[in-house]
Design a protein around this ligand. Structure first.
Ligand code: RP5
Length: 164
């Protein structure tokens, strides 16, 4: 898994290795956009001390956005948001109840401690990476251009395929 250097990076966390197939979609997007990222498996419930240490260390080392994927009682993104004012994006993983449990656990944060929650599963995972990229692009003009190029290329490709 990729490890970021000291400059700005995105931290991608998952609550369990069983979340990895979903998280891989976010990693693919971050890699294709050439955004430095660091990937960790840390559970909010099973390894809370490690989570505490990781969030503070990552922030000190240049993490600008946290992405957190978890299933079931998905408190990972919220637990990160409780420890930092960097933007936190939550991916609800569809491991049980079609992901409804994780969606509600991730999105229903109390006022003042937001988690930007994307849709359930692989589509949400891709969007988490795109949203994180858009946040980083606020201060990175080269990345901003790559994102606009990607939107234009997608529109052109779909336009070319539009005739039935
Ligand atoms: C959550 O519980 C994890 O994010 C995972 O989605 C789910 C099940 O975890 P495992 O039992 O597969 O480790 O904390």
């Amino acid at each position: 898994m990729a490890t970021a250097n000291k400059s700005t990076f995105i931290a991608v966390l998952m609550g369990s290795r069983s979340d990895q197939p979903v998280v891989n979609k976010a990693i693919e997007v971050l890699t294709s956009l050439e955004i430095p990222h660091e990937v960790r498996v840390i559970s909010a419930h099973r390894s809370p001390q490690l989570l505490d240490k990781y969030v503070h260390t990552a922030e000190k080392n240049g993490c600008e956005v946290f992405i957190a994927a978890a299933g079931m009682a998905a408190h990972l993104a919220g637990a990160i948001a409780a420890r930092t004012v960097k933007p936190v994006i939550g991916i609800p993983v569809d491991s049980t109840l079609n992901g409804w449990d994780a969606l509600l656990s991730t999105v229903q944060m109390p006022p003042g401690v937001p988690v930007a929650t994307v849709s359930i599963g692989v589509a949400g995972s891709q969007n988490a990476a795109h949203l994180a990229a858009q946040i980083i692009a606020l201060k990175d003009s080269a990345l901003n251009k790559r994102l606009n190029d990607l939107r234009r290329e997608t529109a052109e490709r779909l336009s070319a395929q539009s005739a039935l």
